[in-house]
Design a protein around this ligand. Sequence first.
Ligand SMILES: [Zn+2]
Length: 298
Amino acid sequence: MFFPRLRLIASSLLMLSASAHAADTFGPAAVPAAAQAFHVGTLEVVALQDARYVAPNDGKVFGADVGPAVVAARLKAHGLAEDRITLSVNALLVKGAGHVSLLDTGLGTKAHGGLLDSLKAAGVAPAAITDVMITHSHGDHIGGLVSASGALNFPKATIRMAAAEWEAMKKQADLADLVKTVTPQVQTFQAGDEVVPGIRAVELAGHTPGHMGYEISQGGQQLLDIGDMAHSSVLSLENPEWNMGFDGDKAVAKTTRRATLARLAKSQELVFAPHFPYPGTGRIAMEGNAFAWVPAKP
Ligand SMILES: [Zn+2]
């Protein structure tokens, strides 16, 4: 979502460490470990908490085309602070059919990511992860692929992402070290492929060149991990047509957002959203000409 580049995380971190009140600053912040388990059919699925990320309402991120005052009014209507948009950073663990799959890896420990602690709370060792599925190559989704010293966090896992996303990732000079480290583990796929049994890649175009959602299907039940198709459970759903500063192709992303939200509101399938309030599981409701988030009951 937010940082196309890891070095932006580093600069946010510098700002964070300079403040005595980390909770009041913008950027990433640590949160307690959390692992909430549920089932999709017979598959055990666990929502893992990684971090919190606070984006300023500065007209650059949400509603870049309508301006901060309009965004502030929407935040106020929901009883939220008007100068900021607070997002969760979550990842998903899926156990079953001989695979232990991790969908996205959070920010990484260098940027306050606590995914490994949440994984521990779920009772899973990093070496037990067989597959890491990446929705896209932004820092808050790939940062946790490696440790603070740059070693693979999931040494036995095949790292899977869309071929188009891997090509884009390899072109980013500031990801060169990470690319070098993960290259032997990477296997690419095409949109629509069943990546591991029961998990299919669903193209959700616009955010990055190969941005994928993942649809988990088992025993007649379904869950769609939407990646960064929508970032805020309030703003992205009430105003899916607003420009989103982190979307690479804003026009395509808007079209994808409205079409996917409409489909999910109709199907009423379970949704996992990496940036919605933890645990990020719920359903999409139609509300007039827009949408609303209905969190799943624990
Ligand atoms: Zn993101």
